[in-house]
Design a protein around this ligand. Structure first.
Ligand code: ADP
Ligand code: MG
Length: 496
């Protein structure tokens, strides 16, 4: 076997090694004997160099007309389209998600790139009237400076694109520290941006681990804004770090997303949706359907059919077109899932399917876990309250719509929720009363589109929304302009 490829960092337009002189392995979670390359084990001096390069590049990037920035992004979008298949396969090898979903992940990056490229000719502000004569007022978006981007492994290209593209179109420069489990997809994205003509230093890529490379980025005084997606635990640490200097920060963290199935739902559709929502991406989505509240009138039938289908899902290597559920990202996540299954049993939830690691045949080479269903759960059980981030769904019987709402909102998170019903009154009440940033009607809790705001209420985040035009609100500062052409001093609120 050929030695694994060693990938470098990208700093100031140069591909460079880490000052640490060390590299780390990017494993294929479906087959740990295979490496998806080695990446730089970066430290604070690598981060400092990247932030310095981004600071330098900011002077001219912020003055580059936004439509010109957009042209570069359009070129990047077209290159990503050409490379979609290659990048998707690379993603499956480093992260495990089935090839179809990896293609979707690259597509999401493409969509975001084109969407933000188009924003180069909008970036709309407002013009308005003045209370004083011969005076004009407007607001414009101005860039912030260097943005530090820290991303997780579950959407290895889409999430980096969600952060990089709006940051760039607004005129910021960036340093990205991708997840240590999946640096290759972020590398592919950054390399494509370079080839599309992004000027040197505008995009910098520093691979490595959270404490070594993520923390110094969040702490760096010249990184004026930080965008983080990942665990609540790390999000809290980063928030505390940023609070010291009032650094702008967007956090996107956990979810405990619910699907409500009412007695009048199309059950076939609900079961199909629940399977996709709970076991798509092996349940490793922040929007995964991890709780399913089912009306008692249809609970028994739903449970029976859902469990049958969950047991029938084909688990395996995501590169095999027959695979429906890929591996778990790494051993530590696998252990977390095993622990939660243990907790569910202790809480006397009924284990209806799965519940164990799969090691038969080729599965022994990777981190595989059987699609798992707990039945007859109480909404207060830990498995119904805490984020598991794996292929585990908990069924909660409910006796009314109101009870379903109470269960839905009775968690600390507020990312996504869904209701299956054919009753328009219930659908509209659910849209109003479900306390989540995203609500689906007759669709599962996953499936965000890039031109709509993405994010959650309560402890899911800190009030910002990614994607859509709302992302521009984070990556720019409003600047308010007053132009007085009266040739005299006019005092607002006083010279009436
Ligand atoms: P997960 O549990 O899903 O891996 P994490 O929150 O641990 O989520 O990781 C998300 C991202 O945050 C990764 O890029 C990781 O390297 C980074 N990270 C982890 N710890 C820290 C930290 N202390 N400071 C900054 N970034 C961190
Ligand atoms: Mg990997």
């Amino acid at each position: 076997m050929a030695p694994p490829k060693i990938y470098k960092n990208f700093v100031g337009g140069e591909w460079v090694e880490s000052a640490s002189g060390e590299a780390f392995d990017n494993l294929n979670p479906a087959n740990c004997s295979e490496l998806a390359g080695q990446f730089q084990k970066s430290n604070s001096s690598d981060v400092a160099a990247a932030v310095a390069a981004a600071t330098d590049a900011y002077h001219s990037w912020r003055l580059t007309p936004p439509p010109k920035r957009g042209e570069i992004l359009f070129r990047a979008g077209r290159l990503l389209m050409e490379r979609k298949e290659v990048f998707a396969e690379a993603m499956t090898r480093e992260m495990g998600k089935v090839l179809d979903e990896a293609r979707g992940d690259v597509q999401e990056a493409i969509d975001m790139t084109f969407y933000m490229a188009g924003e180069g000719r909008r970036l709309f502000g407002q013009t308005t009237t003045s209370e004083l004569p011969d005076k004009s007022c407007m607001s414009v978006r101005s860039p912030i400076g260097v943005c530090g981007l820290i991303t997780p492994w579950n959407f290895p290209m889409a999430i980096p694109a969600w952060k990089i593209m709006p940051a760039l179109i607004c005129g910021n420069t960036v340093v990205i520290k991708p997840a240590e489990d999946t640096p290759l997809s972020a590398y592919n994205l950054v390399k494509t941006l370079d080839e599309a003509g992004v000027p040197r230093g505008v995009v910098n890529f520093v691979a490595g681990f959270g404490p070594d490379a993520g923390a110094p980025l969040a702490e760096h005084s010249a990184a004026r804004a930080i965008s983080f997606t990942g665990s609540s635990e790390v999000g809290r640490t980063i928030a505390q770090t940023c609070a010291g200097s009032f650094k702008h920060l967007t956090l996107e963290m956990g979810g405990k997303n619910i699907m409500i199935v009412m007695e009048d739902a199309n059950l076939d559709l609900a079961i199909e949706g629940a399977l996709w929502g709970a076991f798509g991406t092996t349940g490793q989505r922040c929007t995964a359907t991890s709780r399913i509240a089912v009306h008692k009138a249809v609970y028994a039938e739903f449970a029976k059919r859902f469990v049958e289908r969950a047991r029938g899902l084909r688990v395996g290597d995501g590169l095999d077109p027959k695979t429906q559920v890929g591996p778990i990202i790494n051993e530590s996540q696998l252990k977390t899932i095993e622990q939660y299954v243990g907790i569910g049993r202790e809480e006397s939830a009924k284990l209806l399917a799965g519940g164990e690691r799969l090691t038969g045949g080729n599965l022994a080479k990777g981190f595989f876990f059987a699609p798992t269903v707990f039945g007859d759960c109480d909404a207060k059980m830990r498995i119904c309250q805490e984020e598991i981030f794996g292929p585990v769904a908990s069924l909660i019987p409910v006796s009314s719509f109101d009870q379903a709402l109470e269960v839905a909102n009775g968690v600390v998170y507020g990312l996504s929720s869904s209701i299956y019903t054919r009753d328009v009154n219930k659908a509209f009440r659910a849209m109003r009363d479900l306390d989540t940033g995203i609500v689906y009607v007759n669709a599962p809790t996953i499936g965000a589109e890039t031109h709509l705001p993405f994010g959650g209420t309560k402890q899911t985040g800190n009030g910002h929304r990614e994607a859509a035009v709302t992302a521009l609100d984070f990556y720019s500062e409003w600047k308010t302009l007053y132009i007085d052409y009266s040739d005299k001093l006019q005092r607002a609120q006083i010279d009436t």
